[in-house]
Design a protein around this ligand. Structure first.
Ligand code: FES
Length: 351
């Protein structure tokens, strides 16, 4: 695909034909604020936060849905652009709870970031505010539609990443909101609680229940790792506070993008669960007692040796696990074939 040449903020840049002004600016390292845009979702052009000034165009077009053209001259921070963005923020804040001090997304909210960036403090547009009940009747997601800015990212994530279409825009005008079919709570809908809607929400409308009540944004250390639940190997970030995992959030993974399933995102409770087996147990006189790894492994080796000697290698079989890495599964089949001497090896993912 051929490139087009355009000028952004006085700099000549090139961009692939068909790309948007936002993409061209991002490639050139020029920041344009966005609320409804997400590179992994279809462009929507709803929030207008990304408006720019383009020579020859009468209005301020949204850069996330405007294609680049040869010779285009773009200004991303002109006085008119800044004024428009401030007005957009004022309009959004006019119907937004002013509870940043106690909001779980404080410090991780684009609306807050942009209000700071553009110095928007007051609400010149007074008027009615929504007063929806906060939905938290499920174990995973807090849904506060009073904080929703109708960017539609959750709607597109549900449709395009998860393929579920559980939520969509409902009602009209001031009453417009994101809702399930018949506006029932998520727990009464077909929602699978993957939380991919939470991962893309730019404000506090959708929050991870456990994480947001366990730590403030700046208190957690994010540790990128691989989900252990299945062989897909999704990347995720463990949110760690005081050496304890208090939540899981999406990061940009090679395998999964930011998508996670309900287990990967919300099923981390086993990590510190008191029932979790952390030391080997050996049965002595009918009850399990704690043992050292050396004692436990020696016992297993003796038993396997005994079965092999008395009943032959094919009396043994090994079932490996999808929660192991490829390398561990490889070693397991090697051990089964070479040490135990049988081809009786299978894997739980096939069952
Ligand atoms: Fe472009 Fe919302 S980010 S319109």
């Amino acid at each position: 695909m051929s490139d087009v040449r355009l000028t952004i903020n006085g700099r000549e840049v090139t961009a692939p034909k068909g790309s948007t002004v936002l993409e061209a600016a991002t490639r050139a390292g020029i920041f344009i604020p966005t609320l409804c845009h997400d590179p992994e979702l279809t462009s929507f052009g709803a929030c207008r936060m990304c408006v720019v000034e383009i020579k020859g165009m009468r209005n301020l077009p949204a850069s996330c849905v405007t294609e680049v053209a040869d010779g285009m001259v773009v200004e991303t921070d002109s006085p008119a652009v800044v004024e428009a963005r401030k007005t957009i923020l004022e309009l959004l804040l006019a119907n937004h709870p002013a509870d940043c001090l106690t909001c779980g997304r404080n410090g991780d909210c684009r609306l807050q970031d942009y209000a700071y960036m553009y110095g928007v403090k007051s609400e010149p547009f007074g008027g009615e505010k929504h007063n929806y009940p906060v939905e938290d009747d499920n174990p995973f997601i807090i849904r506060d539609m009073n904080k929703c800015i109708l960017c539609g990212k959750c709607v597109r994530a549900c449709a395009e990443i998860q393929g579920k279409n559980i939520i969509d825009f409902a009602y009209r005008g001031f009453d417009a909101k994101v809702a399930t079919a018949m506006d029932v709570p998520l727990s009464d809908s077909e929602c699978v609680f993957c939380g991919n809607c939470v991962a893309v929400c730019p404000v506090g409308a959708l929050q991870e229940k456990a994480l947001r009540s366990a730590a403030r944004t700046w208190e957690v250390k994010k540790v990128k790792t691989t989900c252990p639940y299945c062989g897909t190997g999704c990347s995720l970030e463990l949110n760690v506070k005081d050496d304890r995992v208090v939540g899981v959030t999406s990061c940009q993974g090679d395998v999964n993008g930011r998508a996670l399933c309900v287990k990967g995102r919300f099923g981390f409770g086993f990590i510190h669960h008191p029932d979790r087996l952390q030391k080997p147990l050996v049965k002595k006189n009918g009850t399990f007692v704690e043992a050292s790894w050396e004692e436990a492994i020696n016992l297993v080796a003796e038993k396997l040796q005994d079965i092999k000697e008395h009943h032959g290698s094919d009396a043994l079989a090994v079932l490996s696990s999808a929660r192991c890495t490829n390398e561990e599964n490889y070693l397991m089949q090697k051990f089964t074939r070479v040490v135990l001497g049988t081809n009786n090896i299978d894997h739980c993912a096939r069952l």
